[in-house]
Design a protein around this ligand. Structure first.
Ligand code: CUA
Length: 190
């Protein structure tokens, strides 16, 4: 059967387009690092956050030489820490945020980064990010959470290593230790 070369060309282009569509859909699903909030970060009793080993004293914990865990509670209408006092981490560090909520669903977005998750009561959202440059970031709640949702914001300060001290840590003793302390597993505290 004779196929005209223009027809072959269009068949090839159409096939290429289909492959391209499948490629972009696949990339969007698995390649871009986008995922739903699930229980991989652990669960927590939203009514007993005070008793939790980390959410009881939310803030920055050192877990390794240049690794930090930041525990943040979202509540109407503030981030704790973040709103009344900024979250502080040193530049050049690897930071894992553990975000939960004590009341309704909130959002937690560090503007200008890909840290962007929901804060769901009972669930701990875990996001790891590296901060290279020294700068301040705004934190915003992007899920409607009540009358003052639009005021719910906070600040993250990425400071030079020289300006970061044990006073910025919830577990200052660890900074003086050689051995990094093991992370606490979040489990249900009921
Ligand atoms: Cu919290 Cu909107």
């Amino acid at each position: 059967m004779e196929i005209h070369r223009f027809e072959k060309l269009w068949v090839a282009l159409a096939l290429l387009l289909i492959v391209g569509f499948i490629g972009t859909v696949t990339y969007g699903a698995v390649g871009a690092g986008v995922k739903m909030v699930d229980d991989s970060g652990g669960t927590v009793d939203p009514n007993a956050l005070n008793d939790h080993p980390r959410f009881g004293e939310p803030g920055t914990y050192q877990t390794g030489e240049n690794e930090y865990d930041v525990y943040v509670i979202s509540r109407q209408f503030l981030f704790e820490p973040g709103t009344n006092e900024p979250i502080r981490v040193p530049a050049g560090s690897t930071v894992t945020f553990h975000i939960t909520s004590s009341d309704v669903i909130h959002g937690f977005e560090v503007a200008g980064t890909n840290v962007n998750t929901m804060a769901i009561p009972g669930q701990v959202a875990r996001v790891t990010v590296q901060f290279e440059e020294t700068r301040n970031y705004g934190i915003i709640c992007h899920e409607y959470c009540g009358a003052a949702h639009h005021t719910m914001e906070g600040q993250l300060q990425v400071v030079p290593q020289s300006e970061f001290s044990s006073a910025d840590l919830q577990n200052p003793a660890v900074a003086d230790r050689d051995e990094p302390v093991n992370d606490v597993d979040e489990e249900e505290t009921e």
